[in-house]
Design a binder for this molecule. Sequence first.
Ligand code: PBG
Length: 336
Amino acid sequence: MADWPKHDVSFLAGHRQRRLRRSGWMRDLVRETVLTPTDLIWPLFVIEGQNERTPIRTMPGVDRLSIDLLVKAAKDAASAGIPALALFPNTPDHLRNENGSEAYNPDNLMCRALSAIKAAVPEIGLIADVALDEYSSDGQDGLVRDGEILNDETIDAMVKSALVQAKAGADIIAPSDMMDGRVGAIRQALDAAGHDQVAIMSYSAKYASAYYGPFREAVGSGSRLKGDKRTYQMDYANTDEALREVAEDIAEGADMVMVKPGLPYLDIIRRVRDSFNVPVFAYQVSGEYAMIRFAAAAGAINEEAAILESVHAFKRAGAKGVLTYFALDLARRLGR
Ligand code: PBG
Protein backbone atom coordinates (compact mmCIF):
# COMPACT_ATOMS: atom_id res chain seq x y z
CA MET A 1 0.00 0.00 0.00
CA ALA A 2 3.03 2.21 -0.32
CA ASP A 3 1.89 4.72 -2.91
CA TRP A 4 -1.75 5.24 -2.06
CA PRO A 5 -2.74 8.88 -2.13
CA LYS A 6 -3.00 10.22 1.39
CA HIS A 7 -5.90 12.61 0.87
CA ASP A 8 -7.89 10.98 -1.92
CA VAL A 9 -9.78 8.10 -0.36
CA SER A 10 -12.50 7.93 -3.01
CA PHE A 11 -11.16 4.57 -4.21
CA LEU A 12 -12.37 3.12 -0.91
CA ALA A 13 -15.95 4.34 -1.33
CA GLY A 14 -18.46 1.57 -0.88
CA HIS A 15 -15.81 -0.98 0.01
CA ARG A 16 -16.70 -3.24 2.90
CA GLN A 17 -13.63 -3.73 5.10
CA ARG A 18 -15.63 -5.96 7.40
CA ARG A 19 -15.83 -8.71 4.77
CA LEU A 20 -12.36 -9.80 5.86
CA ARG A 21 -13.39 -9.95 9.53
CA ARG A 22 -16.66 -11.84 9.24
CA SER A 23 -15.55 -15.20 10.53
CA GLY A 24 -12.73 -16.88 12.37
CA TRP A 25 -11.47 -18.71 9.31
CA MET A 26 -11.44 -15.50 7.27
CA ARG A 27 -9.48 -13.68 9.98
CA ASP A 28 -7.06 -16.62 10.09
CA LEU A 29 -6.72 -16.42 6.31
CA VAL A 30 -5.80 -12.74 6.09
CA ARG A 31 -3.85 -12.33 9.35
CA GLU A 32 -0.57 -10.47 8.73
CA THR A 33 1.30 -11.36 11.91
CA VAL A 34 1.55 -14.90 13.19
CA LEU A 35 3.10 -15.58 16.56
CA THR A 36 4.79 -18.93 17.25
CA PRO A 37 6.73 -20.37 20.20
CA THR A 38 9.95 -19.81 18.22
CA ASP A 39 9.41 -16.05 18.58
CA LEU A 40 9.84 -16.26 22.34
CA ILE A 41 12.84 -15.95 24.65
CA TRP A 42 12.23 -16.78 28.31
CA PRO A 43 14.11 -14.72 30.94
CA LEU A 44 14.85 -16.69 34.14
CA PHE A 45 16.30 -15.72 37.53
CA VAL A 46 18.86 -17.98 39.20
CA ILE A 47 19.61 -18.43 42.91
CA GLU A 48 21.93 -20.64 44.92
CA GLY A 49 20.70 -23.80 46.59
CA GLN A 50 18.97 -27.11 45.92
CA ASN A 51 15.28 -27.32 45.15
CA GLU A 52 14.97 -23.61 46.02
CA ARG A 53 12.26 -21.44 44.60
CA THR A 54 11.68 -17.92 45.93
CA PRO A 55 8.78 -15.74 44.83
CA ILE A 56 9.29 -12.18 43.62
CA ARG A 57 6.73 -9.95 45.30
CA THR A 58 6.34 -7.58 42.38
CA MET A 59 6.26 -10.34 39.73
CA PRO A 60 3.51 -12.73 40.78
CA GLY A 61 3.96 -16.04 38.97
CA VAL A 62 7.72 -15.65 38.50
CA ASP A 63 10.08 -17.37 40.95
CA ARG A 64 13.83 -17.30 41.25
CA LEU A 65 15.06 -20.86 40.78
CA SER A 66 18.04 -22.85 41.99
CA ILE A 67 20.05 -24.53 39.24
CA ASP A 68 18.37 -27.95 39.55
CA LEU A 69 14.92 -26.38 39.10
CA LEU A 70 16.27 -24.14 36.37
CA VAL A 71 17.32 -27.22 34.41
CA LYS A 72 13.74 -28.54 34.72
CA ALA A 73 12.40 -25.21 33.50
CA ALA A 74 14.79 -25.37 30.54
CA LYS A 75 13.44 -28.81 29.64
CA ASP A 76 9.87 -27.49 29.80
CA ALA A 77 10.85 -24.55 27.61
CA ALA A 78 12.49 -26.79 25.02
CA SER A 79 9.44 -29.08 24.87
CA ALA A 80 7.21 -26.04 24.39
CA GLY A 81 9.32 -25.00 21.38
CA ILE A 82 11.05 -21.99 22.96
CA PRO A 83 14.41 -21.53 21.21
CA ALA A 84 16.37 -19.70 23.90
CA LEU A 85 16.54 -18.67 27.54
CA ALA A 86 17.98 -15.46 29.00
CA LEU A 87 19.58 -15.98 32.42
CA PHE A 88 19.97 -13.47 35.26
CA PRO A 89 21.69 -14.32 38.55
CA ASN A 90 20.68 -13.12 42.01
CA THR A 91 24.19 -13.05 43.43
CA PRO A 92 24.43 -13.74 47.19
CA ASP A 93 25.10 -10.58 49.22
CA HIS A 94 28.48 -11.67 50.56
CA LEU A 95 29.84 -12.02 47.01
CA ARG A 96 28.89 -8.50 45.93
CA ASN A 97 31.51 -5.80 46.10
CA GLU A 98 32.20 -2.42 44.58
CA ASN A 99 34.21 -3.98 41.73
CA GLY A 100 31.54 -6.49 40.81
CA SER A 101 34.38 -9.01 40.61
CA GLU A 102 32.04 -11.99 41.03
CA ALA A 103 30.97 -11.22 37.44
CA TYR A 104 34.17 -12.81 36.18
CA ASN A 105 34.53 -15.63 38.66
CA PRO A 106 34.45 -18.67 36.32
CA ASP A 107 32.61 -20.62 39.02
CA ASN A 108 29.95 -17.99 39.71
CA LEU A 109 26.24 -18.81 39.88
CA MET A 110 25.65 -17.69 36.31
CA CYS A 111 28.42 -19.87 34.87
CA ARG A 112 27.30 -22.92 36.85
CA ALA A 113 23.75 -22.37 35.61
CA LEU A 114 24.92 -22.05 32.03
CA SER A 115 26.96 -25.23 32.08
CA ALA A 116 24.26 -27.23 33.90
CA ILE A 117 21.64 -26.34 31.30
CA LYS A 118 24.07 -26.78 28.41
CA ALA A 119 24.83 -30.32 29.64
CA ALA A 120 21.20 -31.32 30.33
CA VAL A 121 19.31 -29.49 27.57
CA PRO A 122 21.81 -28.94 24.75
CA GLU A 123 19.05 -28.13 22.24
CA ILE A 124 18.10 -24.82 23.84
CA GLY A 125 20.02 -21.59 23.24
CA LEU A 126 21.51 -19.74 26.21
CA ILE A 127 21.68 -15.98 26.40
CA ALA A 128 23.91 -14.53 29.11
CA ASP A 129 23.29 -11.02 30.39
CA VAL A 130 26.48 -9.04 30.92
CA ALA A 131 26.30 -6.06 33.28
CA LEU A 132 27.71 -5.36 36.70
CA ASP A 133 24.49 -4.55 38.58
CA GLU A 134 23.88 -8.23 39.21
CA TYR A 135 27.24 -8.49 41.02
CA SER A 136 28.12 -5.10 42.44
CA SER A 137 27.31 -3.66 45.82
CA ASP A 138 25.76 -0.47 44.48
CA GLY A 139 23.28 -1.67 41.86
CA GLN A 140 24.77 0.33 38.99
CA ASP A 141 25.64 -1.39 35.71
CA GLY A 142 29.12 0.12 35.76
CA LEU A 143 31.96 0.75 38.16
CA VAL A 144 31.42 3.88 40.22
CA ARG A 145 34.06 6.42 41.24
CA ASP A 146 33.08 9.62 43.05
CA GLY A 147 29.52 9.19 41.88
CA GLU A 148 30.53 8.79 38.25
CA ILE A 149 29.87 5.62 36.23
CA LEU A 150 33.19 4.78 34.60
CA ASN A 151 33.06 3.67 30.99
CA ASP A 152 36.30 2.00 29.95
CA GLU A 153 37.08 0.45 33.34
CA THR A 154 33.60 -1.09 33.27
CA ILE A 155 34.26 -2.52 29.82
CA ASP A 156 37.35 -4.36 31.09
CA ALA A 157 35.21 -6.10 33.70
CA MET A 158 32.44 -6.82 31.19
CA VAL A 159 34.89 -8.43 28.77
CA LYS A 160 36.17 -10.73 31.51
CA SER A 161 32.59 -11.56 32.45
CA ALA A 162 31.61 -12.37 28.85
CA LEU A 163 34.64 -14.66 28.53
CA VAL A 164 33.79 -16.80 31.56
CA GLN A 165 30.18 -17.00 30.37
CA ALA A 166 31.18 -18.10 26.88
CA LYS A 167 33.49 -20.71 28.36
CA ALA A 168 30.64 -21.98 30.56
CA GLY A 169 28.38 -22.48 27.57
CA ALA A 170 26.66 -19.20 26.68
CA ASP A 171 25.64 -19.16 23.03
CA ILE A 172 24.76 -15.49 22.96
CA ILE A 173 26.34 -12.72 25.01
CA ALA A 174 23.90 -9.92 25.78
CA PRO A 175 25.52 -6.77 27.15
CA SER A 176 22.82 -4.75 28.93
CA ASP A 177 24.97 -2.04 30.48
CA MET A 178 24.96 0.72 27.80
CA MET A 179 28.65 1.60 28.15
CA ASP A 180 30.16 2.98 24.94
CA GLY A 181 32.34 0.58 23.00
CA ARG A 182 31.49 -2.59 24.88
CA VAL A 183 30.25 -4.58 21.91
CA GLY A 184 33.50 -4.17 19.98
CA ALA A 185 35.61 -4.99 23.02
CA ILE A 186 33.58 -8.13 23.78
CA ARG A 187 33.64 -9.24 20.12
CA GLN A 188 37.42 -8.91 19.93
CA ALA A 189 37.98 -10.74 23.19
CA LEU A 190 35.61 -13.58 22.24
CA ASP A 191 37.35 -14.02 18.90
CA ALA A 192 40.80 -13.94 20.45
CA ALA A 193 39.75 -16.66 22.91
CA GLY A 194 38.41 -18.93 20.17
CA HIS A 195 34.74 -18.13 20.81
CA ASP A 196 34.11 -16.79 17.33
CA GLN A 197 30.86 -18.78 17.15
CA VAL A 198 29.40 -17.07 20.19
CA ALA A 199 26.94 -14.40 19.05
CA ILE A 200 26.23 -10.97 20.51
CA MET A 201 22.72 -9.68 21.12
CA SER A 202 23.24 -6.11 22.19
CA TYR A 203 20.81 -4.21 24.38
CA SER A 204 21.38 -1.36 21.94
CA ALA A 205 18.47 0.96 22.59
CA LYS A 206 17.95 0.58 26.28
CA TYR A 207 16.07 3.42 27.91
CA ALA A 208 16.36 4.67 31.49
CA SER A 209 12.98 3.37 32.48
CA ALA A 210 10.53 3.21 35.35
CA TYR A 211 9.52 -0.25 34.15
CA TYR A 212 12.60 -2.11 35.46
CA GLY A 213 11.53 -1.98 39.13
CA PRO A 214 10.41 -5.60 39.57
CA PHE A 215 13.54 -6.93 37.80
CA ARG A 216 15.72 -5.05 40.27
CA GLU A 217 13.86 -6.76 43.10
CA ALA A 218 14.34 -10.10 41.34
CA VAL A 219 18.14 -9.80 41.05
CA GLY A 220 18.51 -7.93 44.34
CA SER A 221 19.96 -4.72 42.94
CA GLY A 222 17.04 -2.36 43.52
CA SER A 223 17.45 -1.71 47.22
CA ARG A 224 21.15 -0.92 46.68
CA LEU A 225 20.68 1.48 43.84
CA LYS A 226 21.21 5.13 44.68
CA GLY A 227 20.16 7.64 42.08
CA ASP A 228 19.30 6.50 38.59
CA LYS A 229 20.92 5.22 35.38
CA ARG A 230 20.34 8.25 33.19
CA THR A 231 23.98 8.94 32.40
CA TYR A 232 24.20 5.71 30.42
CA GLN A 233 20.70 4.42 29.64
CA MET A 234 18.80 6.47 27.07
CA ASP A 235 16.44 9.39 27.53
CA TYR A 236 12.92 8.27 26.70
CA ALA A 237 12.32 11.50 24.81
CA ASN A 238 14.73 10.45 22.04
CA THR A 239 14.44 8.29 18.94
CA ASP A 240 17.22 9.38 16.51
CA GLU A 241 19.66 8.58 19.28
CA ALA A 242 18.40 4.97 19.30
CA LEU A 243 19.39 4.65 15.65
CA ARG A 244 22.88 5.95 16.42
CA GLU A 245 23.22 3.40 19.24
CA VAL A 246 22.09 0.57 16.97
CA ALA A 247 24.38 1.67 14.11
CA GLU A 248 27.34 1.77 16.46
CA ASP A 249 26.64 -1.66 17.92
CA ILE A 250 26.26 -3.23 14.47
CA ALA A 251 29.50 -1.59 13.34
CA GLU A 252 31.20 -3.02 16.44
CA GLY A 253 29.99 -6.52 15.66
CA ALA A 254 26.53 -7.05 17.19
CA ASP A 255 24.72 -9.90 15.44
CA MET A 256 21.34 -8.89 16.82
CA VAL A 257 20.03 -5.83 18.61
CA MET A 258 17.39 -5.22 21.22
CA VAL A 259 15.00 -2.44 22.10
CA LYS A 260 13.98 -2.17 25.73
CA PRO A 261 11.46 -1.70 27.37
CA GLY A 262 8.88 -3.06 24.95
CA LEU A 263 5.39 -1.75 24.58
CA PRO A 264 6.11 1.95 25.23
CA TYR A 265 8.84 1.78 22.54
CA LEU A 266 7.15 0.13 19.55
CA ASP A 267 8.02 3.18 17.45
CA ILE A 268 11.70 2.53 18.11
CA ILE A 269 11.39 -1.13 17.14
CA ARG A 270 9.74 -0.12 13.87
CA ARG A 271 12.39 2.50 13.07
CA VAL A 272 15.24 0.11 13.82
CA ARG A 273 13.64 -2.62 11.74
CA ASP A 274 13.15 -0.26 8.80
CA SER A 275 16.66 1.20 9.05
CA PHE A 276 18.88 -1.85 9.62
CA ASN A 277 19.15 -5.34 8.29
CA VAL A 278 19.80 -7.30 11.48
CA PRO A 279 17.31 -9.18 13.67
CA VAL A 280 15.66 -6.88 16.22
CA PHE A 281 14.37 -8.17 19.54
CA ALA A 282 12.00 -6.56 21.99
CA TYR A 283 12.10 -7.00 25.75
CA GLN A 284 8.70 -6.97 27.43
CA VAL A 285 10.25 -5.98 30.75
CA SER A 286 9.35 -6.76 34.33
CA GLY A 287 7.16 -3.69 34.85
CA GLU A 288 5.14 -4.53 31.77
CA TYR A 289 4.72 -8.07 33.05
CA ALA A 290 3.63 -6.74 36.45
CA MET A 291 1.09 -4.37 34.94
CA ILE A 292 -0.64 -7.18 33.08
CA ARG A 293 -0.55 -9.59 36.03
CA PHE A 294 -1.76 -7.10 38.61
CA ALA A 295 -4.44 -5.65 36.36
CA ALA A 296 -5.70 -9.15 35.58
CA ALA A 297 -5.65 -10.12 39.26
CA ALA A 298 -7.77 -7.04 39.99
CA GLY A 299 -10.25 -8.16 37.37
CA ALA A 300 -9.53 -5.17 35.16
CA ILE A 301 -8.42 -7.08 32.06
CA ASN A 302 -8.46 -10.61 30.70
CA GLU A 303 -4.96 -11.90 31.26
CA GLU A 304 -4.57 -14.33 28.38
CA ALA A 305 -6.07 -11.88 25.89
CA ALA A 306 -3.80 -9.06 27.08
CA ILE A 307 -0.71 -11.27 26.84
CA LEU A 308 -1.52 -12.39 23.32
CA GLU A 309 -2.32 -8.85 22.18
CA SER A 310 0.82 -7.32 23.68
CA VAL A 311 3.20 -9.92 22.30
CA HIS A 312 1.61 -9.77 18.84
CA ALA A 313 2.19 -6.00 18.92
CA PHE A 314 5.96 -6.49 19.14
CA LYS A 315 6.00 -8.72 16.14
CA ARG A 316 3.71 -6.41 14.21
CA ALA A 317 6.10 -3.55 14.99
CA GLY A 318 8.92 -5.51 13.38
CA ALA A 319 10.52 -7.51 16.17
CA LYS A 320 11.99 -10.87 15.20
CA GLY A 321 11.35 -12.13 18.68
CA VAL A 322 10.36 -11.11 22.19
CA LEU A 323 11.91 -11.63 25.60
CA THR A 324 8.93 -12.13 27.86
CA TYR A 325 8.30 -13.59 31.31
CA PHE A 326 5.09 -15.02 29.85
CA ALA A 327 7.10 -17.17 27.40
CA LEU A 328 6.39 -20.64 28.77
CA ASP A 329 2.63 -20.22 29.26
CA LEU A 330 2.36 -18.40 25.97
CA ALA A 331 4.37 -21.00 24.03
CA ARG A 332 2.16 -23.74 25.44
CA ARG A 333 -0.94 -21.75 24.54
CA LEU A 334 0.33 -21.13 20.99
CA GLY A 335 1.30 -24.77 20.57
CA ARG A 336 -2.24 -25.99 21.28
C1 PBG B 1 20.60 -4.96 34.13
C2 PBG B 1 19.31 -5.26 33.46
C3 PBG B 1 18.08 -4.69 33.76
C4 PBG B 1 17.14 -5.37 33.01
C5 PBG B 1 17.81 -6.34 32.25
N1 PBG B 1 19.18 -6.24 32.53
C6 PBG B 1 17.71 -3.63 34.74
C7 PBG B 1 18.34 -2.32 34.69
O1 PBG B 1 18.96 -1.90 33.71
O2 PBG B 1 18.22 -1.62 35.70
C8 PBG B 1 15.65 -5.11 33.06
C9 PBG B 1 14.77 -6.25 32.68
C10 PBG B 1 13.38 -6.13 33.17
O3 PBG B 1 12.96 -5.13 33.76
O4 PBG B 1 12.64 -7.10 32.97
N2 PBG B 1 21.62 -4.50 33.43
